[in-house]
Write a protein that binds this ligand. Structure first.
Ligand code: HEM
Length: 399
């Protein structure tokens, strides 16, 4: 078997059930070179957690090296609009720029602003679930999981209602570039979406600068030290990061609960379990399976030397199923006491939206538990082909 064993992120079977392959990797090749994506795979919780915090690695290398100095090719010219937008958000910047951007965005995206959203989010979730129940069920993803986080982040940023239908297609097209070895077609779609998204937000930011309103775009437009491109990159990051994973935690989470009726019963019987249950659902079926880092100086992980210029793939889904950290990791246990999952990352890029994500998930799972006590599966769901951002196509349920 080649290095990487049963790890095959392009196969539908693997995407449907990656956890047995992770167990194989942790046991046989905890750190290994994977030729098809030219990356080192890292599968143990201890290593993933340590590398996320290790400053000898970065989400980008452009703050210290040129592409040539890292021995990497320049990105193709036709992809420039995508990379320009991507590289202006904080996620793909490193200190000192990352520190500056994260501080400035945190000034506008304050805990107070986020906490104030709690009742608004619950009202939105109640409305969506009421309509879902009135219709007798349907696709939980399209009707509840998707519209909630998209509406919340659009409200927060101040995207007018009439324009919101663009957000999901733009975001989905851009996120195609975060999968392993994207096709030319996926890259072209991402470039088109990046151009349209940027043009749209540039116009909106200018309008808000001239006539501020009580929203995050106006607040960011008023911040000193943030360029217009950085403002746009930040809004796109918030819009994309702000809903893709939340949709998948809701879909994957309900699918996990429906397959584990004893756990669902426990949760129905004791609603105080909900916060811990959400953490466990995020661990059990990890919505973002992998994040990458560039190696900025030679390192060694578990005795494997990894030279500068390499890319490592940190397997979050594997880290979250590591028996060294989680007792019986393949069991959904909503009462798990210790749950140091890495689903929100760690280190300087730790998810800025984690408090908001937890509010959204509590609202949507809470509303569904309250209003749909007889929820059951109507049709076996299928996984989308994407591995990195991993979620169900549909989740058809009846009441
Ligand atoms: C359950 C839902 C979510 C999950 C699982 C999630 C996960 C993550 C992860 C793993 C990272 C770090 C990536 C890395 O280290 O390479 C991250 C970063 C980030 N997330 Fe989230 N996220 C979620 C929801 C949100 C929401 C709702 C928002 C905003 C409204 C958001 C905004 C961000 C931002 C801005 C960053 C970049 C932080 C930085 O670079 O300093 N996320 N997220």
């Amino acid at each position: 078997m080649t290095a990487g064993g049963p790890f095959d992120p392009w196969s539908r079977e693997f995407v449907a059930r990656p956890y047995p392959a992770y167990a194989w990797l942790r046991e046989h090749e905890p750190v290994c070179w994977f030729e098809p994506s030219r990356q080192y795979l890292v599968s143990h919780h201890e290593d993933v957690n340590a590398l996320l915090r290790d400053r000898r690695l970065g989400r980008s290398y452009l703050h210290v090296f040129s592409h040539a100095e890292m021995g990497r090719p320049e990105p193709p010219a036709h992809q420039e609009p995508f990379w320009h937008l991507n590289n202006n958000g904080m996620l793909d910047r490193e200190p000192p720029d990352h520190t500056r951007l994260r501080r400035l965005v945190s000034q506008a995206f304050t805990p107070r602003r986020v906490e104030a959203l709690r009742p608004v989010v619950r009202r939105l979730a109640d409305g969506l679930v009421d309509a879902f129940v009135e219709n007798g069920g349907g696709d939980l993803i399209a009707e509840v999981a998707e519209p909630l986080p998209v509406t919340v982040i659009a409200e927060l940023l101040g995207i007018p209602e009439a324009d919101r239908h663009h957000l999901r297609p733009w975001s989905a097209a851009m996120c195609g570039m975060y999968e392993l070895n994207p096709s030319r077609e996926a890259a072209d779609a991402a470039v088109r979406a990046s151009e349209e998204f940027s043009d749209y937000l540039r116009a909106l930011a200018r309008a808000r600068k001239a006539a501020p309103q009580d929203d995050l775009v106006s607040a960011l437009a008023a911040v000193d030290g943030l360029s217009e491109d950085e403002l746009i990159g930040t809004c796109v990051l918030l819009l994309n990061a702000g809903h893709e994973a939340t949709v998948n935690v809701t879909g994957n989470g309900w699918w996990a609960l429906l397959r584990n009726p004893d756990q669902l019963e426990l949760l129905r019987a004791d609603r105080d379990l909900l916060p811990g249950a959400i953490e466990e659902l995020m661990r059990y079926d990890t919505p973002l399976q992998m994040f990458e880092r560039w190696v900025l100086e030679d390192i060694e992980v578990r005795g494997v030397p990894i030279p500068r210029g390499s890319e490592v793939a940190l397997l979050f889904g594997s880290a979250n199923h590591d028996p060294a950290v989680f007792a019986e990791p393949e069991r959904l246990d909503l009462c798990r006491k210790e749950n140091p999952h890495v689903s929100f990352g760690a280190g300087i890029h730790y998810c800025l939206g984690a408090p908001l994500a937890r509010i959204e998930l509590a609202a949507s799972f809470g509303a569904m538990l309250d209003k749909a006590p007889g929820l059951r599966l109507a049709q076996e769901p299928e996984w989308k082909p994407g591995y990195v951002i991993r979620g169900l196509e549909k989740l058809e349920v009846s009441l």
